[in-house]
Design a protein around this ligand. Structure first.
Ligand code: PMP
Length: 424
């Protein structure tokens, strides 16, 4: 038994499934998860001292590369002054100002510790602000694991959502309506019937939890138009896309001004930090100003804020997003060519530092399209690449992440290993 195998066996005795977040268990691809002991730049190392070129990036945060020396130095320095105070700090003000500067739709922002908290709080806020209960989400979008968001579609349009997790009462999800991503007609139809009962619509503005799916321009314009017309709050869940696809987040690419935005991952630079923010009149409804309660012992943690501030500083340097785009372009054209040479149906796309690849001839537009991809081909590719020292997310339903630390040489090395893998 190697160390990964031994640790997984040990872990399963004391942690359910051996992991602290389900996808880490390799459930959909099989095999033994790698226990990571170190990460640097574009690399991670497992407990067997095997090195991997990493395209998971801690599921998004590692946009400047793992353990960036400037981020580590800043965190170490503030750690000497104490880890948590449960009181306001200057750093919180600075990161709020920075977020507001970069994302104009955000006029005020509150910090939390996870994306789940950010979306859960944004939805409570939207309900408190509108005085309405119903919310709309889209099939294949993930917004964390709060009760009202763990919902799968009902059997037809305008049926109430059913819980997609045990332990969630149907009473908690009966106000959640699940629609198909990119289906403008269904959205219009829903708003024409119950538009004035909708508190908010939440979406992943570029979906990254059903592999990667982009919205059409008509879809996001319909969303903005209909929510405005009916007094519903539009929430862009940019936990994954925020500062990942562009410096101004996905909303800047869409030319859409949402009412609320949720963020996480990149803004914490690898530490537990997330946020929700938006229109000042809506944010004024939160406690202590307003009646919508929301709180957190570790909210705005000084170490997390420091890692986030340094990361936000680095991504604003000239050429940063050009590098991410260049890297994705280089990798995906290499992977496309390698698949084509091997006669494997394959397609791919990227925006900034986020990319998706599919064992499918065409780029998916919805959860149904993604589900049509060849999952066995993905599994073989995933394990083939892992054996060759390249780490992708262990599921065909997850996007992948590029960092600025991925050099041309590392990307070419990835492509060479993929050629070998496709041949095999
Ligand atoms: N929203 C989106 C779009 C996400 O991708 C995620 C996590 N992958 C979340 C919310 C939940 O964030 P967290 O895991 O930090 O709770």
């Amino acid at each position: 038994m190697n160390r990964n195998e031994a640790l997984f066996e040990q872990a399963k005795q004391v942690i359910p499934g051996g992991v602290n977040s389900p996808v880490r268990a390799f459930g959909s691809v099989g095999g033994v998860p790698r226990f990571i002991k170190k990460a640097q730049g574009a690399y991670v190392w497992d407990e067997n001292d095997q090195q991997y070129i990493d395209y998971v990036g801690s599921w998004g945060p590692a946009i400047v590369g793992h353990a960036h020396p400037e981020v580590i130095e800043a965190v170490c320095e503030v750690a000497l002054d104490g880890l948590s105070f449960g009181a306001p700090t200057e750093g919180e003000v600075r990161i709020a100002e920075e977020i507001i500067k970069l994302v104009p739709s955000v006029e005020q922002v509150r910090l939390v510790s996870s994306g789940t908290e950010a979306t859960m709080s944004a939805i409570r806020l939207a309900r408190g602000f509108t005085g309405r209960d119903k919310i709309i989400k889209f099939e294949g979008c993930y917004h964390g694991h709060s009760d009202s968001l763990l919902v799968k579609a009902g059997s037809g349009l305008l049926t109430f959502g059913n819980p997609s997790s045990a332990g969630v009462p149907a009473d908690f999800t009966k106000h959640t309506i699940v629609l198909a991503y990119n289906d403008v007609a269904q959205l219009q139809n829903t708003f024409s019937q119950i538009g004035d009962e909708i508190a908010c619509v939440i979406l992943e503005p570029i979906a990254g939890n059903m592999n990667m799916v982009q919205p059409s321009a008509e879809f996001v314009q319909a969303l903005r138009g209909l929510t405005e017309q009916h007094g519903a709050v539009l929430i862009y869940d940019e936990v994954m896309t925020g500062f990942r696809v562009a410096l101004g987040c996905a909303q800047s690419l869409h030319g859409i001004t949402p009412d609320l935005t949720t963020m996480g991952k990149v803004i914490g630079g690898g530490m537990p930090l997330a946020a929700f923010g938006g229109r000042k009149d809506i944010m004024a409804c939160i406690s202590p100003l307003g009646g919508v309660y929301q709180a957190g012992t570790l909210s705005g943690n000084p170490l997390a804020v420091t890692a986030g501030l340094k990361t936000l500083e680095i991504i604003q340097r000239p050429g940063f997003y050009g590098t991410l785009n260049h890297n994705c372009e280089r990798l995906l054209s290499g992977l496309n060519a390698a698949a084509q040479a091997a006669g494997v149906p394959f397609s791919s796309q990227y925006v900034g530092g986020m990319f998706g690849f599919y064992f499918n001839d065409k780029i998916p537009q919805s959860f149904a399209d993604v589900s049509d991809s060849d999952k066995n081909a993905f599994k073989s590719f995933f394990h083939g690449m892992l054996e060759r020292g390249v780490s992708f997310a262990p599921s065909a339903f997850e996007a992948s992440f590029m960092s600025a630390a991925h050099t041309d040489a590392l990307i070419d090395e990835t492509i060479a290993r993929a050629q070998d893998c496709f041949k095999a």
